[in-house]
Every structure is written in structure tokens, then in C-alpha cells.
Design a protein around this ligand. Sequence first.
Ligand SMILES: *[C@@H]1O[C@H](CO)[C@@H](O)[C@H](O)[C@H]1NC(C)=O
Length: 258
Amino acid sequence: MARCIAFFLAAMCLVSVITAADWNIMNQRMKSTKSSLEITLKNYCESWRMNVELNNIKDFTVVPSECTSYIGKYMGGTQFTVDAEATIHECTLYLNTLCDLKKDGKDAWIFDIDDTLLSTVPYYKKHGYGGETLNVTGLEEWMTKGKGTAMGSSLTLFNDIKNRGIQIILISSRKEHLRSATIDNLVDAGFYGWKSLYLRSDEDGFKTVQQYKASVRSELINNGYRLWGILGDQWSSIRGLPTARRTFKLPNSLYYVA
Ligand SMILES: *[C@@H]1O[C@H](CO)[C@@H](O)[C@H](O)[C@H]1NC(C)=O
């Protein structure tokens, strides 16, 4: 009886914290465990974020409304910076120990742009931290203003890779008409000296981003490049064949690019 009451109180507590409609994960968990496990909104949102990173939650169009504040704090806060630094540390370790570079101009490394080199957090901060349906026109307008901020640890890796004589290839899902704005923003933020910058043409628009990025990698391999690594923030940047010898993913739970 006491357990029932405890469970009832815990459930009441949850109901009072979580008012929005979408709390599927928690519902599932409550059903599966049938225990009086107390779950806070923070637990729920961290679980949502983690499952996005694991690529279990796919194709989401918006961040669940009850988690936008949590995700905003994560993406704009210290934990994200620490997580990104750990990712970069692993890239460096790999470059130091496992890459037998030929230094013939064909060693290559691929980077994404948005939320890998340049942060779009300033844009999403003004648009509900992923809680609003994406307005492509609005996002592209923001991109033309060149306000993307440098991601510090990525800049360190970018320069390290450049100094090792590895060719830097940028493959972005940004559209071709954003080319000059993108170059200006990258250079302003300290990124320069890449070998090629691939943006999506109208023709590429018929492919998924994953297909488009894989087709660019295929072209690079056909041109004799050895793809040592990819650093990206989306699964669509690292999945699909052919791929690089190692892939590294930065966290991003603001949006999903298929
Ligand atoms: C999308 O953004 C553009 C440019 O800022 C704006 O004019 C338009 O009203 C927005 N559309 C919606 C549906 O909010």
C-alpha cells in the first residue's frame, strides 16, 4: 500500500512538472519498469539528447517543447564545450598515433561547416533552441550575414591538420548561392587554407544530404585522396559509403539533417 502511494505521488509530481504533450520516452520507461523510479524533466531531456546522439532518435523536426530550455543550456554551455574538446582530443590522438601520412598532397580530412566549424547556436537562440519548425529562408538570411561564430576547439584542430600538410576538404549541406557569404564567414572566424569547399548545387538537392556527402567522398577517392577522417555534427555527414578511415561526431541536438 505504501509503495502504491509512493508511486502515485511520484506520478503526480511528474504530471505537475511535465505539462507538454510529447513525453513518449518517459511514458515508455514508466510502463516498462513499473517501478516508482523518480524521473525529473532533466532526466527526461538528457535521455532525449543522449538518444539523439546515439542516432536512435532520428528525423526529428523540432526539439520537444519541454526540452528546449535544457537543450539550449547544453548547446550554449560549458558541458558542450567540454564534450567538443574531448572529441577534438580524440581526433588529435588518432592523428598522432594511427595516421601513416604519405605527405604527397593526397592525405585529406573532411569537415562539416555548420556546428562543426561555425556555430549556429546564435541563430537557434533566437528561434526557440530548435523548438520552432525550421524556416530555411530565415536561416539562410542569417547565414548571408556571416554571424556564425568560430568553434574554438575545431579551429585548433583545423590549424593542426593544416600544419601537418593534410588537405582540408569542406563538405556542407549549405546551398551553392551561399558560397561567398560562407567563405567570408569562415575567414572572419579564422578558418582559411582549405583545399576544396563543396556546397550543394540544385542538382544535389535531389539527393539526401547523406547521399550527396557520400558522392563527394567517392569523387575524392577517385581523385586519389586518402580520407583519414571526418569531423561532423550530423550522422548524415559520416554515414553512407564510401566513408573515411575514422569518423568523429560532435554533439548537436538542435536539429537533424537526414
Ligand atoms: C521565414 O523567414 C522569413 C525571413 O525572415 C520571413 O519573411 C517569413 O515570414 C518566415 N516564415 C515563417 C513561416 O515564419
